[in-house]
Design a protein around this ligand. Structure first.
Ligand SMILES: C[S@@+](CC[C@H](N)C(=O)[O-])C[C@H]1O[C@@H](n2cnc3c(N)ncnc32)[C@H](O)[C@@H]1O
Length: 195
């Protein structure tokens, strides 16, 4: 469930791999071990991961500091897989983790988050501030407690109508033109006619 949208073809970043259950599942998708970067702050887990996945890059660091380190140069990350316990991490730190991860993630790449909670563990305010959206892509209701996986991606970019300065405005619009403009989120000030 957590790795079914993961395909080989580029670097994969895993946050909070712990004992490596998701890491093994990523490798099971055909991703070469050398394409993995594992970010873990528990020293004992780090040693265990280094033993189990000798070709992976294991970094002993706090995922909230991702934004302060240049862990990749150039190549965008295909996907981020997170086993971090986001429900028990303060919103400010969750924001740093996501902001950091998205600096490396390719434009349409997904950040896959596991949770035991009833909704996405990233607060809506954090998603909004970072221009992200979350979609639940799987649920294991028979699990105790029930588990779910969310895919977090960038919001599609909207191109807003560009308002014009007052001095440019002429208003030869009919009632029906106003209606169409309102329905499309604009106003008469977005129309420009030349004298
Ligand atoms: C719930 S466990 C992950 C379980 C994992 N799927 C496994 O197979 O063991 C969460 C992991 O995230 C690590 N972790 C928690 N906060 C972290 C942070 N800020 N930076 C890096 N690792 C963190 C913990 O040390 C722990 O190994």
């Amino acid at each position: 469930m957590m790795t079914r949208e993961i395909f080989p073809g580029g670097p994969i970043l895993e946050l909070g791999p712990g004992t490596g259950v998701f890491t093994r599942a990523i490798l099971g998708r055909g991703v070469p071990e050398s394409d993995l970067t594992l970010i873990e702050y528990g020293a004992d887990f780090v040693r265990m991961l280094e033993d189990r996945f000798p070709a992976a890059r294991v970094l002993e660091m706090d995922a909230t500091h991702l934004v302060h380190h240049q862990i990749y140069a150039g190549t965008p990350v295909e996907a981020v897989v997170s086993g971090l316990p986001l429900l028990s991490i303060p919103a400010r730190k969750v924001m740093s983790i996501l902001a950091g991860a998205f600096t490396y993630l390719r434009p349409n790449g997904g950040f896959y988050q596991f949770t035991y909670g009833p909704r996405c563990p990233v607060p809506a305010v954090v998603l909004d501030r970072l221009g992200l959206r979350a979609t639940r892509i799987g649920r294991a209701v028979l699990n105790i407690p029930p588990a779910a996986v969310y895919r977090i991606t960038r919001q599609p970019i909207k191109f807003p109508l560009c308002p014009l300065p007052d001095s440019w405005v002429t208003l030869p619009t009919s009632e029906s033109q106003h209606k169409v403009l309102e329905q499309n989120g604009g106003s008469a000030r977005h129309l420009l006619t030349f004298p």
